[in-house]
Ligand binder design. Structure first.
Ligand code: IPM
Ligand code: MG
Length: 365
């Protein structure tokens, strides 16, 4: 019986996680799997209840589970709290504590939604890329990170630091993923300026020796920002350091027409429950969207597709994962749409209606 830890978190988090669970339960009954869920606290939710954005016990409980599904963290309510207690700290602590070094963010464009992209349909047609973002190193975690005041006024520092083993493991995973796809890897850095990027590029070239069948290109991050909206379909797998990956994936998220559609997987080196799998934390890439929290307008597709990634990458349940992905695409193609996916003035479905529709389709798949 697979155990799944749930971190609903803040804003629309609880609403979208509820739909993820609904679809997992339907998938379980269709494929004869019984999931056990345990709900844990993170972010502002945890801060309000326990005065900390993530408790040790909850880290341990998540680590004991076979995988974890998370909604979102953060919101204006906690904007003024001490930086060590910010809701986002909870997520960063969780990633670090569980060793979730590789963040997979697939971006593809559903034909039914090609017209909703702000980019021309011929630019987004055929987009199918996978961004692999390093998640536990770089400027998010480097020390020193602090601010101070001197005679010359306020100052602050953050540190972008990487060791070669941290680069190697994520780049190697990206090569393996590229091998299973179209055999193309783009490594993104800023090696014309940064030392850490020159090391990144060097290590990527070394790992390449083990992957003669994968084509490697190096792309500077500023150029990649441009290519992603000019010619996104030319990329297959993109690997990059933590902050570049954070920025580029928000940019890439506009391609499918709504950020609400996009899932993610954060994988560790620890084996998962299925053969050849890894322990992971799964979450939609949209944030907590406090402006629409509680209104039933959030798009749960990103979370439902994250649940599908969970089945694939941590439990090895490929058929069940594919069923969910197909049913999400079918629901959207059939016109089931939350407001973010709908044409202005056309009828819309609520978060729960979208989830129920997908669950019905999976149960009948
Ligand atoms: C993301 C988010 C997080 C990040 C925040 C909430 C800490 O933007 O997952 O992309 O910057 O990693
Ligand atoms: Mg981000």
């Amino acid at each position: 019986m697979p155990n799944i830890a749930l971190f609903p978190g803040d804003g629309v988090g609880p609403e979208v996680v509820a739909e993820g669970v609904k679809v997992l339960e339907a998938t379980g009954s269709r494929f004869g799997i019984e999931f056990a869920f345990e709900t844990l606290a993170i972010g502002g939710d945890a801060l309000d209840r326990y005065s900390a954005p993530l408790r040790r016990d909850d880290i341990r409980a998540a680590g004991r589970a076979d995988a974890a599904l998370l909604g979102a963290v953060g919101g204006p309510k906690w904007d003024d709290v001490d930086s060590a207690l910010r809701p986002e700290r909870g997520l960063l602590q969780l990633r670090k504590a569980l060793g979730l070094f590789a963040n997979l963010r697939p971006v593809s464009v559903l034909p039914a939604l090609a017209e909703s992209s702000p980019l021309r349909p011929e630019i987004v047609a055929g987009v199918d890329l996978l961004v692999v973002r390093e998640l536990t190193g770089g400027i998010y975690f480097g020390k020193p990170s602090r601010r101070w005041t001197s005679g010359r006024g306020r100052a602050a520092v953050d540190t972008l630091r990487y060791r070669e083993d941290e680069i190697e493991r994520v780049v190697r995973l990206a090569f393996e993923l590229a091998r299973g796809r179209r055999g193309k890897l783009a490594s993104v850095d800023k090696s014309n300026v940064l030392q850490s990027s020159r090391l990144w590029r060097e290590v990527a070239d070394e790992v390449k020796a083990d992957f003669p069948d994968v084509e490697l290109e190096h792309v500077l991050v500023d150029a990649m920002a441009m290519h992603l909206i000019k010619s996104p379909s030319r990329f297959d797998v993109i690997v990059t350091e933590n902050m570049f990956g954070d920025i580029l994936t928000d940019e890439a998220s506009v391609l499918p027409g709504s950020i609400g559609l996009l899932p993610s997987a954060s994988l560790s080196a620890k084996p998962g429950a299925g053969t050849g799998t890894r322990y992971g934390l799964y979450e939609p890439i949209h944030g907590s969207a406090p402006d629409i929290a509680g209104t039933g307008r959030a798009n749960p597709a990103g979370t439902i597709l994250s649940a599908a990634m969970l089945l694939r990458w941590s439990l090895g349940l490929i058929e069940a994962a594919e069923a969910i992905e197909r049913c999400v695409a079918d629901a959207i193609a059939a016109g089931v749409r939350t407001p973010d996916m709908a044409e202005p003035g056309s009828p819309v479905d609520s978060t729960a209606e979208f989830g129920a529709d997908v669950a019905r389709r999976v149960a009948a798949a």
